[in-house]
Design a protein around this ligand. Structure first.
Ligand SMILES: *[C@@H]1O[C@H](CO)[C@@H](O)[C@H](O)[C@H]1NC(C)=O
Ligand SMILES: *[C@@H]1O[C@H](CO)[C@@H](O)[C@H](O)[C@H]1NC(C)=O
Ligand SMILES: *[C@@H]1O[C@H](CO)[C@@H](O)[C@H](O)[C@H]1NC(C)=O
Ligand SMILES: *[C@@H]1O[C@H](CO)[C@@H](O)[C@H](O)[C@H]1NC(C)=O
Ligand SMILES: *[C@@H]1O[C@H](CO)[C@@H](O)[C@H](O)[C@H]1NC(C)=O
Ligand SMILES: [Ca+2]
Length: 428
């Protein structure tokens, strides 16, 4: 059975009320609506409900009015950041002028310690502004999501940006103090700031010349921990961070929410990298997704999605995919009724799917962004050959011939599957 579309819409709208009440206490009307019983009566009392169609008439206009205010605020913050950057630049200029002046006066050159300090502060400012850019990208993504489902807590985003701005301001102030008391040498000012100290993903290792496919340590978010990933430096130019791999059935993929959250398996063989890590990797840069599949006849096909983002645990690791290109077919967005885009993550012990009377993850022995239930499931069981019964193997619904009836109800399985990501604007 499939959930009617209105059920999805109305629950989204109910969730959105929660956000609005937090975001703005002027919304008395909405608060009252929320206090009453869900939908039909409420809509009827506003004279907008007709028979069974009421849920389609949930009135969204208050959202359209609220959101620009929130985002206007964010715009201001970014202007502030821009100003801070300009101050930093003018401070650098001041320092240079100061150095020239010092040369004229034939003052002794300043000591090493002072120079290093300024350099350190400069790279700190650099780091913070790149973190702010990350925050902005994150907000852009959130903005896009808000238009689809108003679930996000803007207060958190605002606090995050505010605290970053506060930190940047304090660094700028201390830089100011350093600059007016000590003049760093010209050379050190002009030396390029260390840009790639932090490797956010495999493409950063590619950029510094690493060409062998193996494990590397990445730090997608400087605020969070770094971790090992496997890098594919060969496919389509390389620079890919591998999220998932299947090749021999050595790892069991029937796992819990907690297992999928932290990741499991062996990075050099079969594994799931982990939803928290996938979130971190996809939140700060625009990523594309590549899926490679091989069946037991040696047929190899691929699917490319020009956007890939996985939300955080609070948002149940919701999947966002962009346009499809490739040879394996768009099984993630198979049809109106089987579409994994924008679906929450479900595991056998955590039902976030759209199938009302059961858990797709339990039924199909997998953790995945189930709809009700699936047209693709790359975390299904590993079968070494054709199998019968529930279609709980690795599955890609657009694979040539996969849906044709087979003698005695046999289902085909896959020999290899791989999911990997790379920044959208990366050029190998
Ligand atoms: C929101 O509520 C607080 C405290 O109740 C009040 O000080 C503030 O003015 C209110 N804001 C708006 C926009 O009404
Ligand atoms: C600024 O950054 C430091 C660590 O770099 C952190 O301890 C502190 O809490 C931050 N302050 C704010 C306001 O975010
Ligand atoms: C995989 O793990 C699940 C859950 O622990 C277990 O029920 C199942 O038997 C395991 N499968 C294999 C092939 O070991
Ligand atoms: C990142 O930090 C959050 C909160 O501090 C934590 O819940 C999450 O597990 C961290 N992710 C990784 C990959 O360490
Ligand atoms: C799909 O990828 C191929 C090869 O990279 C490219 O030539 C083609 O333009 C792409 N098509 C779309 C619709 O992006
Ligand atoms: Ca369910």
């Amino acid at each position: 059975m499939k959930l009617p579309d209105w059920y999805w819409l109305s629950s989204a709208v109910l969730a959105a009320y929660g956000f609005l009440v937090v975001a703005n206490n002027e919304t008395e009307e909405i608060k009252d609506e929320r206090a009453k019983d869900a939908c039909p009566m409420r809509l009827e009392s506003r004279g907008k409900c007709e028979a069974g169609e009421c849920p389609f008439q949930v009135s969204l206009p208050p959202l359209a009015i609220q959101l620009p205010e929130q985002f206007g605020r964010i715009q201001e913050v970014f202007k502030e950041v821009q100003n801070l950057k300009e101050i930093v630049n003018s401070l650098k200029k001041t320092c240079q002028d100061c150095k020239l002046q010092a040369d004229d006066n034939r003052d002794p050159t300043p000591g090493e310690a002072g120079d290093n300090r300024v350099q350190e502060l400069e790279s700190e400012v650099n780091k913070l502004s790149s973190e702010l850019k990350s925050a902005k990208d994150q907000i852009d993504v959130l903005h896009g999501r808000l238009e689809k489902l108003n679930l996000v807590n803007m207060n958190n985003v605002e606090n995050y940006v505010d605290s970053k701005v506060a930190n940047l301001t304090s660094v700028v102030n201390s830089l100011d103090g350093k600059c007016s008391s000590k003049c760093p040498s010209q050379e050190q000012i002009q030396s390029p700031l260390i840009q790639h100290l932090i490797h956010k993903d495999c493409s950063d290792y590619y950029i510094i010349g690493k060409r062998s496919s193996e494990t590397y340590r990445v730090t997608p978010d400087p605020k969070n921990s770094s971790f090992e990933v496997y890098c594919d430096m060969e496919t389509m130019g390389g620079g890919w961070t591998v999220l998932q791999a299947r090749l021999d059935g050595s790892t069991n993929f029937t796992k819990t929410w907690q297992d999928y959250k932290t990741g499991f398996g062996n990075l050099r063989r079969e594994f799931w990298l982990g939803n928290d890590k996938i979130h971190l990797l996809t939140k700060s840069k625009e990523m594309i997704l590549r899926i490679d599949l091989e069946d037991f006849n040696g047929v190899k096909l691929y699917a490319l999605y020009d956007q890939f983002y996985v939300a955080n645990e609070f948002l149940k690791y919701r999947l966002h995919i962009g346009n499809y290109n490739g040879t394996a077919g768009d099984a993630l967005r198979f049809s109106k009724h089987y579409n994994h885009d924008l679906k929450f993550f479900t595991t056998p012990d955590r039902d976030n799917d759209r199938y009302p009377s059961g858990n797709c993850g339990l039924y199909y022995s997998s953790g995945w962004w189930f709809d009700a239930c699936l047209s693709a499931n790359l975390n299904g069981k590993y079968y070494h050959q054709k199998y019968r019964g529930v279609r709980n193997g690795i599955f890609w619904g657009t694979w040539p011939g996969i849906s044709e009836a087979q003698p005695s109800g046999y289902k085909s399985s896959f020999k290899e599957a791989k999911m990997m990501i790379r920044p959208k604007h990366f050029k190998p």
